[in-house]
Design a protein around this ligand. Structure first.
Ligand SMILES: Cc1cc2nc3c(=O)[nH]c(=O)nc-3n(C[C@H](O)[C@H](O)[C@H](O)COP(=O)(O)OP(=O)(O)OC[C@H]3O[C@@H](n4cnc5c(N)ncnc54)[C@H](O)[C@@H]3O)c2cc1C
Length: 401
């Protein structure tokens, strides 16, 4: 199926099912409610066959380019339907399981696509965020299984997850402490990725409330959790390659989904300000700076930011689709994504301040959630400082430090 035909067919299907899709354009404002409703959207899309495109036929998909998945999320966003939560996890984590552990993918991917389960990303630890390779959660070889002990933190939506892609240290402590660190670093070699059932005995999830009031992430504790060896993703000690691939996918398809949704939110914001597509006024009145030229300049800059992100993530998405693993230049996508998102929702604070600061209806709460979440954009998936270090050292050849 080519992209244009898919876009046209899906567009027609959405028009035919407009009444059924309407309830997904206005979500509950609490996280549990959103999970439930967006889970329904996922099932509707799966039952109609759309969600299976872009995944291998051998793994329950309908085949075709992974870019079809990008078209799907773009068309959904244009129609005002946010991507289901598991879309993000699907794009971040599932390609790595498909690539590095096809046997696991053969049974786990169909369940994920169907909305029968949700996955989470167990990478960060209290002392290992930016310096992920220093992670300490340990998996000890006990024959047919690993015994896992340790803690993770900031795991998005872990309380809803049925599986976790967990990074664990399987190398010896001596290996991890090796002082000579030419790449690949010793501590990079001692890491293994595991596919862990969240209902395994010894797993405890404690949701953490963010400043938005929502428990959008959690800390996870692993006490003597036994993980069978067949749940290794890739090879024992080869978890760093899995990690790098996961992060590339986060820069490609996920950034693409995000820009699609932010384009939609920009249109919503301009409409709320009395401008935007379909309005008689070309320049919204209430955009920052009050003066019309400043207002137009703000709207133009917000759009240009999103378009730059669109082009960068499109390039990364296409590279991933052709089997390439993007290099350090994908860090530029993450910087563009964070700055586009914060610029947009900083604008929302000026354009709809009453709603954002004190409003209590569903629209107001959604603007507030978007604004708060945009604060995290320079942190999750690798902070902007770290991305700039990567660009400086690996693309510009500047000296470390
Ligand atoms: C909303 C949200 C969702 C998240 N979801 C997940 C998830 O699902 N799974 C998961 O594993 N993790 C998740 N994270 C965690 C995220 O990946 C980490 O927060 C991030 O990598 C930063 O790590 P840290 O919090 O330990 O900060 P630190 O690494 O301690 O950094 C603190 C500050 O120091 C700066 N800094 C650190 N090192 C350097 C350096 N070398 N040069 C310059 N500045 C530096 C950082 O930029 C930052 O400003 C999430 C975070 C957020 C905010």
């Amino acid at each position: 199926m080519d992209l244009a035909t898919f876009r046209a067919d899906f567009g027609r299907w959405m028009t035919d099912h407009a009444a059924e899709l309407e309830r997904f354009q206005r979500l509950p404002t609490d996280l549990d409610g959103q999970f439930a409703v967006l889970g329904d959207l996922q099932r509707v899309l799966f039952d109609a066959g759309w969600l299976r495109w872009g995944w291998p036929e051998a793994l329950g998909g309908l085949g075709g380019s992974s870019l079809l998945r990008g078209v799907l999320s773009e068309e959904l966003a244009a129609a005002g339907c946010p991507p289901p939560f598991s879309f993000g996890m699907m794009e971040v984590l599932a390609p790595a399981v498909v690539r590095f552990a096809p046997e696991i993918a053969s049974w786990a991917l169909p369940a994920l696509l169907r909305g029968g389960e949700a996955w989470c990303q167990g990478f960060s630890e209290p002392e290992a965020g930016s310096d992920l390779a220093s992670l300490r959660l340990r998996a000890v070889d006990e024959g047919s299984a690993f015994r896992v002990n340790g803690q993770k933190v900031w795991t998005s939506w872990a309380q809803y997850a049925t599986r976790c892609i967990l990074l664990a240290r399987t190398g010896t402590a001596e290996e991890a402490r090796e002082p000579h660190l030419p790449p690949p670093r010793q501590d990079h070699r001692g890491i293994t990725a595991l596919f862990v059932d969240m209902d395994s005995p010894g797993v405890t999830v404690r949701p953490l409330r963010a400043m938005s009031g929502d428990a959008e992430f959690a800390e996870m504790f692993f006490d003597d959790v036994m993980v069978p060896k067949e749940r290794v993703i890739g090879s024992v000690g080869g978890g760093w390659a899995v990690t790098m691939y996961v992060l590339s996918c986060e820069r490609g398809a996920v950034a693409w989904q995000r820009q699609a949704w932010m384009h939609r939110r920009l249109a919503d914001l301009l409409a709320a300000a009395g401008g935007g597509p379909g309005s008689e006024r070309a320049v919204p009145e209430k955009v920052p700076g009050k003066a019309a030229e400043k207002a137009a300049a703000w709207a133009g800059e917000a759009f240009a930011n999103l378009y730059a992100l669109r082009l960068a993530s499109r390039r990364t998405f296409r590279r991933l689709d052709s089997g390439e693993i993007p290099g350090p230049d994908a860090s530029i996508d993450k910087i563009l994504m964070a700055s586009a998102e914060q610029f947009l929702f900083d604008g929302a604070l000026e354009i709809v301040p009453e709603a954002l600061l004190t409003g209590d209806d569903a629209d107001a709460r959604t603007w507030r959630t978007d604004y708060f979440y945009s604060r995290a954009a320079t942190i999750y998936g690798g902070t902007s400082e770290i991305q700039r270090n990567i660009v400086a050292e690996h693309l510009l050849g500047l000296p470390r430090g």
